[in-house]
Design a protein around this ligand. Structure first.
Ligand SMILES: *Cc1c(COP(=O)(O)O)cnc(C)c1O
Length: 432
């Protein structure tokens, strides 16, 4: 796979370069030059195939020139070692559960695949790869878990002291091994600043082999396309048009779906379901893209006012809003509507949604109201409701069952290095 920078089509990189650098040298995002169309045979045999199998077939079509087949198979099998079942809510509504990974959210897919690809690409390097990540919660724990026990890589994860929930803190600080949690006496912005300073510090650049586990890394995007095919394969009835509603923040998830469509996935429409941060819905309505400050909502993993993957979406549609409209429909959801949807789905289907999945359900419901045509609708449940007990329990008045792997983290001992918000100290720690 060859990739170009969204800032400059003439800037070309190999897949290895794109994975290890994350961002293009001109600050653009890496975008595949070509997306292969999967053969008709692949789609005819989707039904009944398991997620790993489908993932490997898609990964091989994309990466056959970049990673040897046996290694790619091992990477897929280790990364995607949990299921993503499609659960039927009624005759034409299905929810794809993407929270069966170790940190109970869909970011496990991207983080685990990226970590193993990086592990492969740094094999034989003379130094360990040092990954620095600043986190305000969930992304950090998915990344930390993703890299756990990947050889040749050590990870430092910086989080604001007192700035993450007790459960999130346990998920970040109980891993051990090649993962070190640094509890910074500052805010999330301070953590991010320390990481940025480290990447431009001359001495650190000379002495360490550093990379970030950036959310815009193409290796995080690719595995997010796998389960679109799997979801389609699990649909009992494909006689009606298929629409998929995707709770969106940075739009990596949705972009991966649009790439799956380019590879031949017969989905009629993608619904970009946003919370109050709905700049992409505005763009599709008006043709004007106006990023703004993000707003806090109940579905906080989607509180993004300037979604980074929008640059990739523009590339897929040649910067033509009409063309994008043919594939994508978008709508925003308020917090009050999010609560209503949690309640509605629980009362109608006895199924508990988290706030992100509730936004996805809202998107599907609004699409149906606006388009008379019958369709088979899938929406994504991107996090386990037990991760958002405050909202869910307040709305439903019932306790959410905590899955065993979450109870495990809570019972373990926190291990973190407490550091002041000070670059000199942080740097000395990294070098020591
Ligand atoms: C990150 C995240 C999203 C949004 O995904 P994007 O790819 O950023 O659009 C949705 N739900 C949850 C739970 C997330 O963690």
């Amino acid at each position: 796979m060859k990739l170009y920078s969204t800032n400059n089509r003439a800037l070309i990189a190999s897949f290895r370069e794109a994975v290890l650098h994350g961002l293009a040298p001109d600050g653009g995002l890496f975008m595949p030059k070509d997306l292969p169309r999967l053969p008709g045979d692949f789609f005819r045999t989707l039904e009944g195939r398991n997620l790993q199998d489908i993932s490997f077939a898609v990964a091989r079509a994309l990466l056959k020139d970049d990673v040897p087949e046996d290694i790619l198979r091992r990477i897929v099998e280790e990364a995607i070692n949990f299921d993503a079942p499609l659960v039927r809510l009624d005759d034409e509504t299905y929810v794809l559960e993407l929270f069966h990974g170790p940190t109970l959210a869909f970011k496990d897919f991207g983080a685990r695949f990226m970590a193993r690809l990086m592990g492969y690409f740094v094999q034989g390097a003379d130094r360990e790869l040092t990954i620095l990540v600043a986190t305000s919660g969930d992304t950090g724990s998915a990344v930390a878990h993703g890299f756990l026990n990947v050889s040749g890589i050590r990870v430092f994860i910086l989080y604001p002291s007192g700035g993450v929930s007790p459960t999130q803190e346990k998920m970040l600080t109980t891993l051990g091994g090649n993962i070190t949690a640094l509890e910074i006496q500052g805010t999330f912005d301070d953590c991010q600043k320390l990481v940025k300073q480290a990447f431009v510090d001359q001495e650190l650049r000379e002495k360490l082999f550093m990379s970030s586990a950036n959310s815009i890394n193409i290796a995080r995007l690719i595995p997010q396309s796998f389960y679109y095919f799997y979801a389609y394969g699990q649909l009992a009835d494909i006689s009606k048009p298929v629409v998929i509603s995707v709770p969106s923040g940075n739009f990596g998830h949705l972009t991966a779906g649009l790439m799956a469509k380019r590879m031949g996935l017969p989905v009629t429409k993608f619904i970009a379901a946003c919370n109050a941060n709905d700049v992409v819905a505005d763009y599709l309505r008006t043709g004007q893209y106006k990023p703004r400050q993000s707003q806090k909502t109940l579905s906080n993993a989607m509180d993004v006012g300037a979604p980074s993957n929008f640059a990739r979406m523009l590339e897929l549609y040649g910067h033509d809003v009409e063309k994008m409209r043919a594939d994508v429909w978008s709508i925003g959801c308020t917090d009050a509507q999010t609560r209503e949807m949690i309640k509605e789905v629980y009362e109608k289907c006895n199924y508990i949604l988290d706030p992100h999945g509730a936004v996805g359900y809202w998107g599907l419901k609004q699409y149906r109201a606006a388009n008379a045509e019958q369709c088979a609708g899938i929406f994504f449940e991107t996090a386990h409701p037990a991760k958002f007990p405050e909202t869910v329990e307040e709305v439903l008045g019932v306790k959410v069952d905590v899955p065993e792997r979450m109870r495990d983290y809570i019972s373990k001992e926190k291990q973190a290095v407490l550091l002041p918000n000070d670059f000199v100290n942080f740097k000395a720690f990294l070098l020591g």
